[in-house]
Design a protein around this ligand. Structure first.
Ligand SMILES: [Zn+2]
Length: 159
């Protein structure tokens, strides 16, 4: 595994253990060249998926790309890497189990929004504002209204 910091091809595994839900193996690695530390996850891939972009263009589904946009939405939020990993795995599992080999990019966006909504409001709004491509402040208020509605609902559930 290549070091993401210096590009050295020969990094060492320091620790290897299953994630909380046992769906992946988490490996802590260290680069002997620059001392950089990073973590990799090994997991099952059930099938190859193709994403259909809005333009109609097709490209192979990349988990890393999904992970990046989710991480961007969750930047500086108090959500641990294991929970983020689980959220992404959950989305990928839904995509893989749909039975389709092609999936619209909008459908992936919808699944991410759903998942973030139950995890973190700020991340949800961040992601939704990019995904829905807000042009007007009104769109934003509508979204906040949706969140507010949910909170009222969850209050009832608790009480
Ligand atoms: Zn390195």
């Amino acid at each position: 595994m290549r070091c993401p910091y210096c590009g050295n091809d020969d990094t060492q595994v320091k620790d290897s253990r299953p994630t909380e839900d046992s769906s992946a193996i988490r490996r802590r690695r260290i680069c002997p060249s620059c001392g950089g530390r990073f973590t990799t996850f090994e997991r099952v891939q059930l099938r190859e998926l193709t994403v259909i972009k809005k333009s109609g263009r097709k490209e192979p589904f990349e988990r890393d790309k999904l992970a990046r946009s989710v991480s961007t939405a969750l930047r500086k939020r108090a959500i641990g890497p294991e929970r983020i990993e689980r959220l992404i795995s959950g989305i990928v599992r839904q995509l893989e189990s749909s039975g389709e080999t092609e999936v619209a990019s909008g459908e992936i966006g919808r699944l991410v929004m759903e998942a973030l909504k139950s995890l973190d409001d700020v991340a949800y709004v961040r992601f939704a504002s990019v995904y829905r491509n807000f042009r007007e402040a009104r769109d934003f208020h509508e979204l906040l209204g949706e969140l507010k509605g949910d909170e009222e609902k969850s209050d009832e559930d608790v009480g």
